[in-house]
Design a protein around this ligand. Structure first.
Ligand code: ATP
Length: 773
């Protein structure tokens, strides 16, 4: 026994709570027209999740709520009268026995781990719905899934409403297929398939959006990657720059310090020397100033020179005069000699040899001027004695001439002697002056030498000073350059700090092999400049930001890739699942059809005493094609009108699978559903419904006046079938049929009072027969 009870409260005509217990395989609900019996069937639809208000004879959810006794559309037989107040909500609760079923391998009918399952639905005036399973709020979907497992879904193949007995006959092939699928319990597969298809669609959609997201970020990622590569390259450059900087700074520091010390010490000696030279120069200059006296001495020298020249000229004149006088004397003496010769020749005046020899001797003995003078006196005496001796004998005039000449000679000689002493004096004077001159000149020369030395010294000092100034200037240059180098070192340190951080400054502990000259250091500096330019040129922005962004974007991309992989996996598994479900659906559907057909044939021939009936799985075909086929197909064509896929066109293209019904009544030539009478239609429907229910019995079946069109004989057959069916499914029969009522174990009577509210009571068969009328 699966269906335990139903509790209706505020639903449609059931103003007050009414409970139906179904503890019999067949329950019948009876009552007069309009008392609310069909509302009971609809309450089942409602609680099982029916979404079509129309199928529950309403327009809005509100119409399902008890609207008060005088509510519109109220056609209760009790007529008007003080109606009950309208309800705010309608609630229906159905209780299932869900204990494990022995005949089904201990499985529970509803896939939920409770022995008793209560499903409740509440609708409010604002049309909002609440669904509950065992008192817990759930979604409609949860209820649908739970019920589909027990094939009592909302499609309602097991709830046949009033006048709907032949619904399965009048449905189109696709609707029919759905009903059969539902009845065969394949809805669960369908649900799963639909869900999987939805998931697949969603998955594919997600894949597309993930792919497009990846495509969207791809160029950015590529750009960032390049940036990052650049940043890394720059990082490498920075590292080598840092190392280079450290060595450079260390060496520069050493150089600057050493250079400073060197310049300072090198400056010391020349500065000192220069100071000493200043003093020396001053004294040398002072010495030079003294040389002014020299000019006075020069003047004196010139004066002496003048005097000397005068004396020499006087001496020369004396010499000339002496020569002239001597010439005159010698000429006079020659004349005298000539005269005397003349006399001797004439008179043989002789000069004794001894006398002459004495004279000669005396002349030969001449040694000095005084000797000459003595000789002269001797000679004169001799000669005068000679002349006097001979004069007496000379009387012709000659003697007088000689005398005169001699007189002249004597005068001349006197003059000569005067000249000679003058001459002597001149020579003496010259000698004296000359000596004086030489002495003065020597003095002057000596002084000149002293001056020259002083001058030389001045020049030397000045030259040395210049040299020293040159050295100092060079040192100053070096110092200036050093200052510049020190400043540039400071600047470079700051720059390095900004470029590669403080590590560049940690060079103190660095041990370096000494290096000669500045060439290598200069190369190092050039190298640093080169790297700096390359770093600048690289244009790498804020590296930290870029790395961060790259990492984020890369992670996002990786995440998306993983997402895509996952999605692809689930796409594959969903596709497989759908294919599997399709296969199972197809297989079980075809199996089910075969089983239904056996039962259908049985029930049909039972109802009609023969004939054939079967369900045929067909594909929807095109109008034209179908218009040539049999009547069943024609009928089917009309039914499948709604199917867009089959409308229009001439091709042989096949549509979706559906179910066709082929019937052959015994002893009748006509075929097809169209040709059936109302009763025959009802019987065929019942046969099919029962056949379906037989193959896959739902826990319960509600039949609302399905038996209305049956005559007595068929009512009995119907009753037999019902009883037969009740062995498999619990039956709730709404009926006016006496025969049907007689088969029920429980009878409920529904009446409607003057308040417009349905009332429910459990009754006996006799009463039921009465109540039903
Ligand atoms: P029949 O035997 O003729 O088929 P029935 O017993 O099946 O009749 P129902 O169709 O179930 O009768 O009941 C219809 C009754 O329910 C009507 O009287 C109608 O006024 C009443 N009814 C329907 N909806 C509401 C509502 N929301 N509030 C009050 N009464 C309602």
């Amino acid at each position: 026994m699966y269906l335990k009870s139903l509790e209706i409260s505020g639903f449609k005509s059931f103003a007050k709570k009414a409970t139906l217990n179904f503890n019999s395989p067949i329950s019948a609900i009876v009552g007069p027209n309009g008392s609310g019996k069909s509302n009971v069937a609809e309450s089942f639809r409602f609680v099982l999740g029916e979404q079509s208000i129309k199928s529950m004879r309403g327009k809005r959810g509100e119409d399902l709520i008890f609207n008060g006794g005088a509510g519109p559309g109220s056609a209760g037989i009790a007529g008007a009268g003080g109606g009950a107040g309208r309800a705010n909500r309608a609630s229906v609760k159905v209780v299932f026995d869900n204990t494990p079923q022995r005949d089904k391998g201990g499985q529970r009918a509803l896939n939920i781990d409770f022995d008793e399952v209560t499903i409740e639905r509440i609708v409010h005036r604002d049309s909002s719905n609440e669904y509950l399973i065992n008192g817990s709020a759930v979604r409609l979907k949860d209820i649908a899934e739970l019920l589909a497992g027990a094939h009592i879904g909302a499609s309602g193949h097991h709830i046949i409403s009033q006048g709907e007995a032949d619904r399965i006959l009048s449905a189109n092939i696709r609707e029919r297929r759905e009903m059969v699928e539902d009845a065969l319990g394949l809805k669960i597969y369908q649900y799963k398939k639909d869900e999987s298809t939805r998931k697949l669609e969603k998955t594919e959609e997600n894949m597309k959006s993930v792919e497009s997201l990846r495509r969207e970020i791809a160029p950015h990622l590529k750009f960032l990657k390049k940036q990052v590569e650049k940043v890394e390259k720059v990082q490498e450059m920075r590292d080598s720059l840092r190392a280079l900087y450290r060595e450079y700074f260390k060496r520069e520091d050493i150089y600057v310090k050493e250079e400073r010390t060197a310049v300072d010490s090198e400056k010391h000696a020349p500065t000192h020397e220069l100071k000493t030279l200043d003093h020396e120069l001053a004294s040398a200059k002072a010495r030079l100033a003294e040389s002014k006296n020299r000019d006075a001495k020069s003047d004196e020298l010139i004066a002496i020179e003048g005097k000397l020249a005068g004396i020499r000229a006087h001496k020369d004149a004396l010499s000339r005069d002496l020569g002239k006088i001597e010439g005159e004397i010698s000429a006079g003496e020659r004349t005298i000699l000539k005269e005397r010769e003349k006399q001797s020749r004439d008179e043989f005046k002789t000069v004794y040899l001894k006398d002459v020899e004495a004279v000669v001797r005396k002349i030969e003995d001449l040694e000095s001027i005084s000797d000459i003078r003595a000789l002269f006196t001797e000679v004169k005496k001799l000669l005068t004695g000679f002349i006097n001796q001979h004069k007496t004998a000379d009387t012709n005039g000659i003697g007088s001439t000689i005398g005169e000449i001699e007189k002249d000679i004597t005068q001349l000689k006197h003059q000569k002697s005067e000249l000679e002493s003058a001459f002597k004096k001149a020579i003496h004077d010259e000698q004296t002056l000359h000596e004086e001159y030489n002495q003065l000149r020597q003095k002057i020369e000596k002084e000149k030498d002293v001056d020259r030395d002083a001058e030389k010294n001045v020049f030397r000092i000045i030259a040395r000073q210049n040299e020293l100034r040159g050295i100092l200037a060079a040192l100053k240059n070096r110092e200036d350059r050093l200052v510049l180098e020190e400043e540039s070192l400071k600047r470079e340190l700051q720059e390095a700090y900004a470029l590669v951080g403080r590590e560049a400054m940690d060079y103190d502990t660095l041990e370096l092999a000494p290096e000669a000259g500045r060439v290598a250091q200069e190369d190092r500096r050039k190298q640093i400049e080169k790297i700096k330019i390359r770093i600048e040129d690289s244009g790498a922005g804020n590296s930290l930001d870029i790395m961060k962004e790259y990492k984020e974007v890369e992670e996002r991309d990786a995440f998306l890739a993983r997402e895509l992989e996952d999605l692809e996996k689930s796409r594959i598994s969903l596709t497989a699942l759908i294919a599997d479900l399709d296969a199972r659906l197809d297989h079980e559907f075809k199996e089910g059809i075969l089983k239904i057909n056996t039962q259908f044939q049985n029930f049909f021939s039972l109802m009609f005493g023969g004939g054939t009936a079967e369900l045929a799985v067909v594909r929807e075909k095109k109008r034209k094609k179908r218009s040539d086929t049999d009547l069943g197909a024609v009928l089917d064509m009309d039914m499948s009108d709604v199917d867009g896929e089959s409308a229009g066109g001439d091709s042989e293209e096949e549509g979706r699978e559906g179910i066709d019904i082929n019937v052959n009544l015994p002893r009748k030539k006509v075929k097809g559903l169209m040709m059936l009478s109302g009763g025959e239609r009802a019987l065929t429907s019942i046969a099919l419904l029962f056949a379906i229910s037989q193959v896959n019995p739902p826990p319960f079946i509600i039949l609302d006046e399905t038996d209305a069109a049956l005559d007595e004989a068929n009512s009995r057959k119907y009753g037999d079938m019902v009883e037969n069916l009740s062995k498999l499914s619990q039956l709730i029969l709404i009926t006016h049929n006496r025969e049907t009522m007689s088969r029920a174990g429980i009878l409920y009577g529904v009446t409607m009072g003057s308040d417009g509210a349905s009332r429910l009571l459990s009754i006996q068969f006799d009463e039921a027969v009465r109540v039903a009328k």
